[in-house]
Write a protein that binds this ligand. Structure first.
Ligand SMILES: [Zn+2]
Length: 228
């Protein structure tokens, strides 16, 4: 109809393109037969296939295996996700916004507190990780494995690389559990003036390991026990 009205400058390229598309798709158009809509991606429509076909060039995120698929309570997974994305409200972040903060890491009182420092560089935290590495099946948690890493995701990847394949599931849960307890200790020191103590972090981890096992964390059922 538009062609007949002489409106063809804009329309002709579209008609040509449409014809080419029809030819390329080897569609046999038959008069009198209604068009049928099918979902090319996987036969049946699913939200997942729609997402994948719209974002085919998106890099696959490591968060699925490092955070969402591990055995841990939901709130701890969310905490881990923030940690991996460097979005925890540590003093470096508060400082950048000009918000009130004590500047120093409250576990060692030596460095500006960043989430990387707090979890992986701080002497207090490293003592916790070293102690945890003496538990059976947890040797990969030793700070020696992440000496060259610069981000939480790199550290966790390094820890998993040094763990035996059969122990990785358990190690992932242990990383979540210990990182969470270090964060709780940090909060107690920051907001309630507690004196930092590696012993109380370790004790909290050991108590949680038992509870997680009871709650169904089979990957960290024994061998995660004291070797002594
Ligand atoms: Zn520190």
């Amino acid at each position: 109809m538009d062609l007949r009205r002489g409106n063809n400058l804009e329309i002709i390229p579209q008609v040509v393109l449409l014809q080419r598309r029809i030819r390329e798709a080897s569609l046999a158009l038959q008069e009198g037969i209604e068009d049928k809509i099918t979902w090319k991606a996987s036969g049946n429509y699913t939200a997942r296939s729609a997402y994948n076909s719209q974002l085919p060039s998106q890099p696959t995120s490591a968060m699925k295996t490092l955070v969402w698929r591990i055995w841990a309570p939901g709130k701890i997974k969310f905490y881990l996700w923030l940690l991996h994305h460097n979005r925890l409200w540590c003093n470096d972040r508060l400082q950048r916004r000009g918000w009130e903060n004590p500047y120093f890491c409250q576990l060692c009182c030596r460095n500006l507190e960043s989430s990387f420092h707090l979890l992986w560089e701080c002497n207090t935290s490293r003592e916790v990780w070293m102690k945890a590495a003496t538990w059976e099946g947890c040797a990969a948690l030793s700070p020696a494995s992440w000496s060259a890493s610069n981000s939480t995701t790199e550290v966790v990847a390094a820890i998993l690389n040094s763990a035996a394949p059969g122990e990785r599931r358990g190690v992932k849960s242990m990383v979540a559990l210990i990182a969470w307890q270090i964060w709780l200790e940090r909060n107690k020191c920051t907001f309630r003036g507690k004196t930092p103590s590696t012993l109380s972090v370790i004790e909290a981890c050991r108590r949680d390991v038992e509870q997680w096992r009871l709650a169904g964390a089979h990957a960290i059922a024994p061998p995660f026990e004291e070797t002594t």
